[in-house]
Design a binder for this molecule. Structure first.
Ligand code: TEU
Length: 585
C-alpha cells in the first residue's frame, strides 16, 4: 500500500477506566491500573489506546449520571481514577512502548456542575447565559407550561429542563445533568479549543475520540419533531441536531484553530448517518476535518426503530450488506474508515452477532476476530473483546443494571404500560442483548476473586460476569495460541504482515444473500494479491463455492476455519468448523 498516515494501520484498543483494572482496592478501575497493563496491551499488538473520560465528573454515588460523559472539570482527573501526574505517567508509559494515547473529547455538553453552567444558570444576564441553550417556555391552550420543543432525550423523557429561578428551559440531549453547550457562540468554541483540546495536546496526548461529533450544530428554528409515538409527548428528534447546517464549518474551524497545529489523530463518533456521501464529508483528507469516524450501521443492528431497546431480530445478509457498504464507500476517494463492532455503549459482539452458547462461544469469538482483522480501515477493539467476553446472563434482574440509559428506559416502559410483565420481559431481553452495561462489567483478568479486577473487600462497583472462571486473560495466556486471545494476537500479526491487502485492500462480497456464510475477497490496489475469507455463521458444516481467483499472483489465505489460521498462508483447502447458530432470543 502507498505510504499512508500511521493511524490507518494502527490497531486501537478502547479502555473504559471504571472497569479495566483497580490498583488501589476501592472497587473502581483507575489510571495506575491501566499503566500496570500496558505490557499486556503491547504484547497483544496494540498501537493506540483510547481512554474513555477520566476527567472530574459529577457523581452522587458512583456511577453517578453518565459514567464520566458528564464532565465538570476537563483539566482535572476524577480523584478515584488518579491524578494529573498519573495521566502524565500514562502518556509517557504509552510513548516509551511505542504506543499512542488518545482521550475522549466530550464537548456537545458539560455537567450541570461545571463552572460554566453554574455561571450560565445564575441569571438571564449572566455573561455565560449564551454558553448553553436556553429557551422560554411555551404554553398549551389550557395554560399548561410546555418545553420549547417536543424533543426526546436519549435517556428517556424530555430533552429540556425547566429552571424555576430564571424561568427558562435549557436543552439536554442526554441527562438533565448534562446541558448542551451552545456551539453557535464563538466564545464557547474558543474555550473548548484553548482550555480543553490544547491543554491535553500540550501534555502529549496524540489526539481524540470525539463524542457526538455531528451534534453540535442544531437546526436554529427548534421545531417540534414528527409524532412517531402518540403515547408519549417526547419524540425522537436527531434530524434536528445530527449533521446540522454548520457542523462542517465548526469542524473545519476546530481543525484550523487547533488540530492543524499538532499532528493528532481524530476519530469522531457519528451516529444517525446512513448516507456514505455525508460520512465522506467528515473524513475526506481534503475536507480537513477528522481523520476518521465510527459509523454505527453495524452496531445498530437489532436496535428498535422507535426505541433502541425494543430488540428486532435480523438475518445475516443484513449484517453482510452493511459490512460491504462501509468497506466500499471509500474506494476511489481520499476518505478512510474504521472497523469495530464493540464499544462502551454496545452489547458484546460474540453474543450479538454470533453465539455465546458454551459450545459456540470460542469459535464465535475467533470467527469475528477473523472477519474484523481482514477488513479495510483502522481497527478498534474494546476491552475484553480480545478474550471473547460475553453479555450479561439472562438471569440478572434490572437491579443489576447501572446504566442511566437502560434503567431510565425500563422505568419509562414500566410507567407507560403499568408494569405489563410481557412488555418488561421484552425490554429485559433487549437490554440483555443491546444494553450498554454489557460492556461495563469488570475486565476478567484471572480466576481470583472478582476476576482479578479488584481486591476490594466490598467488591467491584459493578457485578462480575458469572463466567469469569472460564473467560479470563490468565487462563488464555496459559492456553497459548489456541485461545481466543492467542488467535487475536496471531490475526493482528497476520493483518500487519499483509497490510496491503487486509488494511488497505478493496472488498468484494460473494453469495451475499446466503444466510449462513459470509464470503468475501480483499484485493490489493494493483490487483496482484488477494485474500479470500469464508466465515461460517451457522451451527453446522457448510460448503461454499469460492470464486476462482483469475489473474491474482498471490493468494494470501483462504480460511473458513480458525484451525487453519496457523498455516493460513498455505491453506488452500476449505474446512469449516462448528460454530454458532442459536440466536439469543
Ligand atoms: O454517545 C452518543 C450517542 O450517539 C448515543 O446514541 C449513545 O450511543 C447512546 O448510548 C445510544 O442510545 C456518546 C457516548 O458514547 C455515550 O457513552 C454517552 O452517554 C453520550 O455520548 C453522552 O456523552
Amino acid at each position: 500500500a502507498p505510504e499512508t498516515p500511521w493511524w490507518k494501520d494502527a490497531v486501537c484498543y478502547q479502555i473504559y477506566p471504571a472497569s479495566f483494572k483497580d490498583s488501589n482496592g476501592d472497587g473502581l478501575g483507575d489510571i495506575p491500573g491501566i499503566l500496570s497493563k500496558l505490557d499486556y496491551l503491547k504484547d497483544l499488538g496494540v498501537d493506540l489506546i483510547w481512554v474513555s473520560p477520566m476527567y472530574v465528573f459529577t457523581q452522587v454515588t458512583f456511577p453517578g449520571v453518565d459514567m464520566g460523559y458528564d464532565i465538570s472539570d476537563y483539566q482535572k482527573v476524577y480523584p478515584p481514577y488518579g491524578t494529573l501526574k498519573d495521566m502524565e505517567d500514562l502518556i509517557e508509559g504509552c510513548h516509551k512502548r511505542g504506543m499512542k494515547l488518545i482521550l475522549d473529547l466530550v464537548v456537545n455538553h458539560t455537567s450541570d456542575q461545571h463552572a460554566w453552567f453554574k455561571e450560565s444558570g445564575s441569571s438571564r444576564d449572566s455573561s455565560k447565559r449564551d454558553w448553553y441553550i436556553w429557551k422560554p417556555p411555551r404554553y398549551a391552550e389550557d395554560g399548561t407550561r410546555l418545553p420549547p420543543t417536543n424533543w426526546r432525550s436519549y435517556f428517556s423523557g424530555p430533552a429540556w429542563e425547566y429552571d424555576e429561578q430564571t424561568g427558562e428551559y435549557y436543552l439536554h440531549l442526554f441527562a438533565k445533568e448534562m446541558p448542551d453547550l451552545n456551539w453557535e457562540n464563538p466564545e464557547v468554541r474558543k474555550a473548548i479549543y484553548d482550555t480543553i483540546m490544547r491543554f491535553w495536546l500540550d501534555k502529549g496526548v496524540d489526539g481524540f475520540r470525539i463524542d457526538c461529533v455531528n451534534m453540535y450544530s442544531k437546526e436554529p428554528d427548534y421545531k417540534d419533531a414528527p409524532i412517531v409515538d402518540p403515547k408519549f409527548y417526547e419524540q425522537p428528534a436527531w434530524c434536528y441536531y445530527a449533521n446540522g447546517p454548520r457542523i462542517h464549518e465548526f469542524l473545519r474551524e476546530m481543525h484550523e484553530q487547533v488540530l492543524s497545529h499538532y499532528d493528532p489523530v481524530t476519530v469522531g463518533e457519528l451516529p444517525h448517518t446512513r448516507d456514505p456521501q455525508e460520512v465522506l464529508r467528515y473524513v475526506r483528507a481534503s475536507e480537513k476535518q477528522l481523520s476518521m469516524v465510527f459509523q454505527f450501521d453495524i452496531v445498530d443492528i437489532g436496535q428498535g426503530k422507535e426505541y433502541r431497546y425494543y430488540y428486532q431480530d435480523w438475518k445475516l445478509p443484513e449484517f453482510k450488506g452493511i459490512v460491504a457498504k462501509w468497506q466500499q464507500f471509500i474506494e476511489g476517494t481520499d476518505g478512510w474508515t474504521t472497523v469495530f463492532c464493540e464499544n462502551h455503549d454496545q452489547g458484546r459482539s460474540v453474543s450479538r452477532f454470533a453465539s455465546d452458547a458454551p459450545e459456540h462461544r470460542v469459535a464465535s469469538a475467533k470467527l469475528l476476530a477473523l472477519m474484523l482483522t481482514s477488513l479495510t480501515g483502522t481497527l478498534f477493539l474494546y476491552q475484553g473483546q480480545e478474550i471473547g467476553m460475553i453479555n450479561i446472563p439472562h438471569t440478572w434482574p434490572i437491579t443489576s443494571y447501572k446504566d442511566i440509559e437502560s434503567v431510565n428506559f425500563y422505568h419509562a416502559v414500566a410507567a407507560k404500560t403499568n408494569n405489563d410483565p410481557a412488555e418488561l420481559a421484552y425490554v429485559m431481553r433487549s437490554l440483555q442483548i443491546l444494553g450498554r452495561d454489557n460492556a461495563r462489567l469488570p475486565m476478567q483478568w484471572d480466576t481470583g476473586v472478582h476476576a482479578g479486577f479488584t481486591d476490594c473487600e466490598k467488591g467491584p462497583w459493578m457485578r462480575v460476569h458469572d463466567a469469569w472462571r472460564e473467560i479470563n486473560v490468565a487462563k488464555q495466556l496459559a492456553q497459548g495460541e489456541t485461545s481466543v486471545l492467542g488467535f487475536w494476537k496471531q490475526m493482528i500479526r497476520f493483518r500487519k504482515q499483509h497490510r496491503d491487502v487486509l488494511v488497505h485492500g478493496s472488498f468484494e462480497g460473494f453469495g451475499m444473500d446466503d444466510e449462513k456464510t459470509f464470503v468475501f475477497g480483499k484485493k490489493t490496489q494493483d490487483g496482484k494479491k488477494v485474500a479470500m475469507v469464508a466465515l461460517n455463521f451457522s451451527g453446522e458444516e457448510q460448503e461454499v463455492q469460492l470464486p476462482d481467483t483469475p489473474g491474482y499472483d498471490e493468494l494470501v489465505f483462504t480460511v473458513g476455519s480458525y484451525e487453519d489460521a496457523e498455516d493460513m498462508e498455505t491453506t488452500k483447502s476449505i474446512r469449516y468448523y462448528q460454530n454458532l447458530t442459536t440466536r439469543l432470543l
